[in-house]
Design a protein around this ligand. Structure first.
Ligand code: SAM
Ligand code: DTB
Ligand code: SF4
Length: 341
């Protein structure tokens, strides 16, 4: 039976004993296997069908195999960022044609969150193009979190590097998730970003975790890294204790005017392999098929779901680039018999 996405009750209503993401990940982390990059490379090198079979087994052991969680993203502060991340259209150091805007008003953010909820999103993620938030900006973001939380949505923000004490303020406002990606293998990070280090990002992840906030942390593939590099990024993510509750896997969207504008596109099967390996090494986490989905065929997306992806960004826009519109997603999910969680 094909169950329409919009009429499906959320999973916790359908299955009252279903665990929250944080419970699932923390219970699983007590028996957490530590992965070496070499072991993950072995996974990535398996015959495709064997890898997908293992990923399906891991997926079905932890999740409703046909459920997909939906998060809607809003850029609350666009462009003009001080950092030099080679993939990013919002860096003031690249000429990607993205205009610098000021922080949105709380009412506008609340209106966007309300619309996202009506369309079926369960989490609302607010992104800011900052190295990190200034105290005055943080106060306004806190008002946004309160307003979104009051709508009954899960809240997520991605604000860059956090200073001492900031994570606690976000938590007190009702923040559920902090998105901060490791982005690529530690040994490759310096090829992509020079204005901060990956260790700085690990520090922010620690601050968020210590404040009791769940983590949304993943990376980007297709930036010229090797397969061993992808294994190394996955090992770093999987060995966090506990691992991130949400793991976004972004396929590079090559933005004109950025240093990575002409990066060689990744073989789509390699992208699916990365999703499958993420599912195997972080079996209790939501694995999100993230940036680059608009450029993917329905068939490629279906392979990603088969490989264990069980979350997407939902709504026509990511931060500065496009995402499939909700009509295309509803049609695809209906054709695949996927339902909302
Ligand atoms: N400034 C904050 C930070 O760097 O964490 C938050 C915003 S930043 C744009 C959020 C994430 O978007 C990045 O860590 C990266 O993983 C992803 N991203 C940015 N540009 C991308 C692109 N062109 N293709 C794929 N992913 C991208
Ligand atoms: C994440 O891992 N991907 C999202 C979200 N976290 C903030 C961002 C994707 C950005 C894609 C490029 C753009 O729209 O500018
Ligand atoms: Fe700034 Fe984040 Fe873009 Fe880097 S990824 S340039 S920190 S907005």
């Amino acid at each position: 039976m094909i169950r329409p996405l919009h009429s499906e009750p959320i999973l916790s209503e359908a299955f009252p004993d279903m665990k929250t993401a944080a419970q699932r990940v923390s219970e699983d982390s007590r028996k957490q296997k530590k992965w070496t990059a070499a072991e993950i490379l072995v996974l990535l090198e398996l015959p495709f069908n064997d890898l997908l079979f293992q990923a399906q087994q891991a997926h079905r052991a932890h999740f409703d195999a046909n459920g997909v969680q939906r998060s809607t993203l809003l850029s609350v502060k666009t462009g003009g960022c001080s950092e030099d991340c080679g993939y990013c259209s919002q860096s003031a150091r690249h000429d990607a044609g993205v205009e610098k805007e000021s922080l949105l008003a709380v009412e506008d953010v609340a209106a966007a969150a309300r619309a996202a909820k009506e369309k079926g999103a369960t989490r609302f993620c607010m992104g800011a193009a900052w190295r990190g938030p200034k105290e005055k900006d943080l106060e306004q973001v806190i008002e946004m979190i309160r307003a979104v939380k009051a709508l009954g949505l899960e809240t997520c923000v991605t604000l860059g590097l956090l200073k001492e004490g900031q994570a606690e303020k976000l938590k007190a406002a009702g923040l559920d998730y902090y998105n901060h990606n490791l982005d690529t293998a530690p040994e490759f990070y310096g090829n992509i970003v020079t204005t901060h280090s990956q260790a700085d990002r690990v520090d922010t992840l620690r601050r968020a975790r210590e404040a009791g906030i769940s983590l949304c942390c993943g990376g980007i593939v297709g930036m010229g890294e090797t397969r061993a590099g992808r294994a190394s990024l996955l090992a770093e993510l999987a060995n966090m204790t506990p691992p991130p509750e949400s793991v976004p896997v972004n396929n590079l969207v090559p933005m004109p005017g950025t240093p990575l504008a002409d990066a060689e596109p990744l073989d789509p099967f390699e992208f699916v392999r990365t999703i499958a390996a993420a599912r195997i090494v972080m079996p209790a986490s939501l694995v999100r098929l993230s940036a680059g989905r608009q450029e993917m065929s329905d068939e490629l997306q279906a392979l990603c779901f088969l490989a264990g992806a069980n979350s997407v960004f939902y709504g026509e826009k990511l931060l500065t680039t496009g995402n499939p519109d909700t009509r295309r997603d509803e049609r695809l999910f209906e054709r695949l018999g996927l339902h909302a969680i």
